[in-house]
Design a protein around this ligand. Structure first.
Ligand code: AHM
Ligand code: MG
Length: 340
């Protein structure tokens, strides 16, 4: 039960105050991201009204069609963080490479790197289905000037904060700065995110799996056996599991975080590294799920321990309730680091 009305910004500042060496820059950066997401939320809700939907006709670096709202969200996040002066490099799923940033103010050491997926689940925009923004923050390794590629390619365990915003029946922001996971619901009438979930924890075991089973025929035999296992009846182990799959990672992840569940996007015979991106999707959600008591793996290795080699690198992803992720790992078989 919440006993105090608390805005996101006040919560972030109070958390940062507990760290003696904190300068307040991380709070400001999170505030910048929240501001951008409030504006994106407004646009997502107005999208049908102002005829913003449809394709721009361009392709992003993944070769996928870019919709107008993706463009809008990407530009807005970049612009607000560039003006904020706390980031020395920005890495977006919609950009070919990272965007280095020079110091905006002389008295600031702009020390953070931000990775983001501006609008996840964008194939769902036109259907009025929940979509979201995902972000992940690191401290720079270099000491001055614009950020470098080495700053941008750090393993997930080095994240200092991560979060996501779901634009759904309401707009919710969930974040962690390494001291638990907290959720805030946007009150559109006053334009504030208000604390609605303090210290979120996810159930240790669940009864739900989320996977695109249309790919079943392309999965490894271990993966197919695992899904068959979840669907078989066995009262003692709580099977069969229910299947829930929206097709927007943020929405599927958020539901599973609250109620328990395992989200699965495995490798398949065509996509040997799965579909989802390590830096923009897997790492931030892995940081959050671990902070909430869950687990995240590529099937063989903890997501947060993977050393990234490129910004747009993909990874298989098994994430959610701890016991379910451990169970999935037992079914997967690997040879030379690849599932078979
Ligand atoms: P996006 O970042 O381009 O929107 O793609 C990622 C999305 C995830 O939100 C979702 O979990 C997945 O792709 C769905 O993929 P599929 O349509 O193959 O099931
Ligand atoms: Mg995405």
């Amino acid at each position: 039960m919440l006993n105090k009305l608390q805005t996101l910004y006040r919560h972030i500042i109070e958390e940062e105050r507990k760290i003696p060496e904190a300068t307040g820059q991380l709070s400001d950066l999170l505030g910048d991201i929240a501001l951008a997401c409030k504006v994106i939320s407004l646009e997502v809700n107005r999208a049908g009204l102002i005829d913003i939907l449809g394709m721009t006709g361009e392709k992003n670096v993944q070769g996928e069609e870019v919709k107008k709202l993706d463009d809008y969200a990407n530009t807005l996040l970049k612009r607000i963080m560039q003006m904020g002066g706390h980031a020395c490099a920005l890495c977006s799923e919609e950009e070919e490479t990272f965007v280095p940033i020079d110091e905006v103010y002389n008295d600031f050491s702009h020390k953070y790197i931000v990775h983001f997926d501006p609008l996840d689940g964008s194939s769902n925009i036109d259907a009025n289905i929940s979509i979201g923004t995902i972000f992940s923050i690191y401290k720079r390794i270099s000491t001055k000037g614009p950020g470098t590629i080495e700053d941008c390619l750090q393993p997930g365990y080095r994240q200092v904060a991560a979060g996501y915003v779901v634009y759904g029946s309401s707009t919710i922001m969930v974040y962690t700065a390494g001291k638990g996971v907290h959720g805030f619901t946007l009150d559109p009438s006053v334009g504030e995110f208000l604390l609605s979930y303090r210290n979120m924890t996810t159930p240790k075991k669940s009864k739900t799996y989320s996977a695109n089973e249309g790919n079943y025929g392309k999965w490894s035999s271990g993966m197919r056996k695992y899904i068959d296992y979840l669907k078989a009846s066995d009262g003692k182990t709580g099977r069969p599991y229910s299947s829930r799959y929206v097709g927007s990672l943020v929405a599927d992840f958020h539901r599973n975080l609250l109620y328990g569940g395992i989200f699965i996007y495995p490798a398949d015979e065509k996509n040997r590294n799965g579909k989802l991106r390590l830096m923009y999707e897997a790492n931030p959600l892995a940081f959050i799920v671990e902070q909430a008591g869950g687990r995240a793996t590529n099937g063989e290795k903890r997501i947060l321990d993977i050393q990234p080699e490129s910004l747009h690198q993909r990874t298989p992803l098994f994430i959610g309730s701890e016991d379910d992720v451990v169970q999935a790992e037992k079914f997967l078989l690997f040879e030379n680091g690849k599932e078979f």
